[in-house]
Design a protein. Sequence first.
Length: 273
Amino acid sequence: MATVNRNDHGMTPAAVAAWQAKWGKGPHVTADVVVFTITPDGRLAVLLIERGIPPFQGQHAIPGGFVQLDEDLEAAARRELAEETGVAERVAMDQLATFGAPDRDPRGRTVTIAYMALVPFDRLSHARGGDDAAAARFFAIEGDGPVDERGKKLPLAFDHEEVVRAAVERLRGKVTYTTAPFALMPEEFTLSELQAAYEAILGRELHRRAFRQRMENEHWVVETGKTRGGAHRPARTFRAATRELLWMRPWPEAAKVTGGMKTRAPARRKRSA
């Protein structure tokens, strides 16, 4: 697996010393944001920036930066997200975890508080690089991390591979006990599109009939009365009953690594004569 060498950060010892002379050796506090969406082609994707300054200049990272002295942690995460990607909308954020390995930042001892946000693609399609980010764009998630256009594992700056991995694991866990995937959906959607979002997160197929029964029986979706044309018969469109995160009855089938949410009993074996 491709991994960023934290010693290959592009800063000379003199540059590190100069930075520390100005800002100190730490500990410093940063706030980072893992932003997930479902792309128009139905893939789970994460918003990454291309760093425009050292360390790790030219490499990809999640949006984030240093917390100011008079700033709340979540406010810092939102500010950095807006400055580096242009996403200034008030997206819902959950605190993910704290990361503080001594060598995670070559400039000095730095502890980061990471947040996770789930946002529909139509609210993020304008993302672009800004401030000290040369570019910002979405990369598909395969397995537990982002990949490039060729499907090759994309190495990330600092310890951001570990941060994204933790966020993917958290998101997949949320599928089994909350309605988190609804936060990734547009205002109106078909049940096929909703199922595709669940499958993109879980990385495997779900049983179509069982999925639809669960969605409608739990009253998580409301029919709009509209249909959307397609190659076959028109598909009904729905909206989320609420955009609030709901805790639900355990859904252990969705957590299985293999198999699907099967409702049909296995065929009985014929008895030997």
